[in-house]
Design a protein around this ligand. Structure first.
Ligand SMILES: Cc1cc2nc3c(=O)[nH]c(=O)nc-3n(C[C@H](O)[C@H](O)[C@H](O)COP(=O)(O)OP(=O)(O)OC[C@H]3O[C@@H](n4cnc5c(N)ncnc54)[C@H](O)[C@@H]3O)c2cc1C
Length: 528
């Protein structure tokens, strides 16, 4: 088995992983593992931008209060203060690295406003902020002599004292690196590191409808959970009200800026329905719009509703939303200025994840985490728009500062070979695809936007069955990326459902028909 030794091991090449890599690279060797091409990430799909206090009229306290309000009394205020007060400097880092944010006529940063923000504070690069950031960070990382990017490597599990116990009797709860699959060769290799950073992104592929790309299978969370790290608040999933309904292609977000500009939601009968749900109609908060659409679809047995932009000036629509216009034209041959856009709510963002302190440290020694796979405490029960790229920047920076201050850990260990004795099967792609679809359907139907005890129990019984079957299949089958993702998705489905069952109240993004109100008893994190 091939063994690679590095100082810093980073799993994931999105904004969280690459920021950490760039910040530690002058002090040691960095290996970045990423399971597809390096640019494949949630990061590159971010359209809106990054929230930060930039304008003279804005104030840290305003951004802090907006974040706390969105989080429905569940944010950790110390984490929110760090996020907000350190945010502007992290935007400066991005600009120093070469990110060219859009500027207004007076050459100042153009600040947009999004739902829940009382001020204009979103820096952006047109409507493709994430794509630009990902491109610049990757260029920087690829040109740094100490950073090596390993594409098509899927991290399988952490190497802990359990694997190296024979030669390290006294260790407890320590991470020494990971076993990873070289997807191309089909071989498992060991990466040994002083510090390991999990930056594997979100998990919304666990749902049938999602805005997330295929990589978002919650691997970091499942890997950390199997190793015994603490996981928190997995029940809080943000559903975006409007993803393009287009089962044939990769997920695509129809930004709320279209509703902000005057787009109208209609059901299959052509009725404008939002006024029946909220006085703010189309501009009600995301969770209310998502629940309204879900209810209309269920009532009429429809697969989607429609966003109507046809009454708005066509030239302006094309100018303001060039990416969305071009995408709909290319994939569905649909002209959004003349035809209705089919939309469906879709799982968009996971607020919970691996618990970390304010420096990215998890509950395991030498294991760090940052980005969407973490629970830092900043989002509480609902994420304020455009705070997630910021979270990754701020906490990756702090994690880097922390490890650079620490003495390097020294352990004399030998990593045993990957044990695939007893493996008899080659993977069966049909089985994997079928099971993945089954989990996504269960989660969509029973652990989706509207939940209840009966539905959650129904989901739990099915997930437990699948969990056992898939573990058994895993033990008998040669590992592949598809199988690893399936195993991780099942674990994430279990964690979300278990957390949702525990929270017997409705708060933020978690809505239960059997407990429709907020309860003081549950004003705490759900920790597993
Ligand atoms: C459509 C869309 C629009 C969004 N818009 C915004 C926005 O405007 N503003 C905002 O703040 N946020 C936005 N978000 C959320 C934001 O983009 C993400 O939260 C953020 O990019 C996550 O960054 P990350 O580095 O944690 O993860 P990612 O960018 O998802 O990167 C994860 C990386 O880990 C790798 N990986 C995963 N598992 C493994 C494994 N087992 N082995 C090896 N590698 C692995 C992946 O391949 C990938 O490289 C949006 C998200 C989406 C989907």
């Amino acid at each position: 088995m091939k063994r690679i030794k590095t100082d810093y091991l980073v799993i994931g090449s999105g904004i969280a992983g690459l920021t950490f890599a760039l910040k530690v690279a002058n002090q040691g060797l960095v290996a970045v593992l990423t399971k597809k091409s390096a640019e494949d990430s949630n990061t590159r799909y971010a359209q809106g931008g990054i929230a930060a206090v930039i304008s003279d009229k804005d104030h840290f306290e305003y951004h802090i209060n907006d974040t706390l309000k969105a989080g429905a009394d569940l944010c950790h205020e110390d984490a929110v203060r760090v996020l907000v007060t350190e945010g502007p400097n992290r935007i400066k880092d991005l600009m120093a690295w070469g990110v060219n944010f859009t500027r207004d006529e007076s050459k100042k940063l153009d600040l947009a406003r999004e739902g829940g923000h009382r001020m204009k504070r979103i820096v952006h690069v047109s409507d493709m902020t994430g794509d630009e950031i990902e491109k610049i960070l990757l260029e920087k990382a690829k040109s740094h002599p100490n950073i090596q990017i390993f594409e098509n490597y899927t991290a399988i599990d952490l190497i802990t004292e359990h694997q190296v116990l024979d030669n390290l009797q006294s260790a407890f709860n320590i991470c020494f690196g990971v076993y990873a699959l070289n997807n191309i060769k089909g071989e498992v290799e060991a990466f040994r590191a002083d510090y390991t950073m999990l930056a594997c992104g979100g998990a919304c592929q666990v749902y049938l409808h999602t805005t997330n790309p295929e990589i978002a299978t919650g691997d970091g969370i499942a890997i950390a959970y199997r190793a015994g790290a603490k996981i928190a608040n997995m029940e809080f999933i943000q559903f975006h009200p409007t993803a393009l309904y287009d089962p044939e292609h990769e997920p695509f977000l129809i930004s709320e800026a279209l509703r902000g500009y005057g787009g109208i939601l209609r059901n299959s009968q052509g009725e404008q329905f939002m006024e029946r749900y909220d006085p703010a109609k189309e501009l009600a908060p995301r969770d209310i719009v998502a629940r309204a659409i879900d209810s209309e679809m269920k009532k009429n047995g429809e697969k989607c509703v429609f966003l109507d932009m046809t009454g708005l000036p066509a030239a302006e629509v094309k100018k303001r939303f060039p990416t969305i216009y071009a995408h709909c034209k290319k994939t569905l041959n649909l002209d959004i200025t003349k035809e209705l856009i089919p939309v469906v709510p879709a799982a968009h963002y996971l607020c919970g994840g691996i618990m970390t302190n304010l420096s990215g440290q998890t509950s395991m020694h030498n294991l760090l985490a940052s980005g969407e796979n973490t629970h830092t405490g900043v989002h509480g029960a609902n994420r304020l728009a455009s705070n997630s790229l910021l979270e990754a920047l701020v906490f990756s920076h702090r994690a880097a500062l922390k490890v650079l201050q620490k003495p390097k850990p020294h352990f004399q260990i030998t990593i045993p070979d990957w044990d695939d004795s007893g493996v008899v099967n080659e993977e069966e792609w049909g089985v994997i695809r079928h099971n993945r679809h089954e989990i996504q359907t269960i989660m969509w139907n029973y652990v989706g936007i509207v939940r209840s005890k009966n539905y959650l129990f129904r989901a739990m019984r099915r997930i437990n069955l699948l969990y056992d079957e898939i573990e058994d299949y895993y033990k008998r089958t040669r590992v592949s990326k598809g199988l690893l993702e399936l195993r991780n998705l099942t674990t994430v489905a279990y964690l979300i459902t278990r957390s949702a069952l525990r929270r017997e109240e409705s708060r933020g993004l978690h809505y239960r028909t059997d407990f429709p109100d907020k309860s003081e008893k549950f004003r705490k994190d759900t920790v597993i």
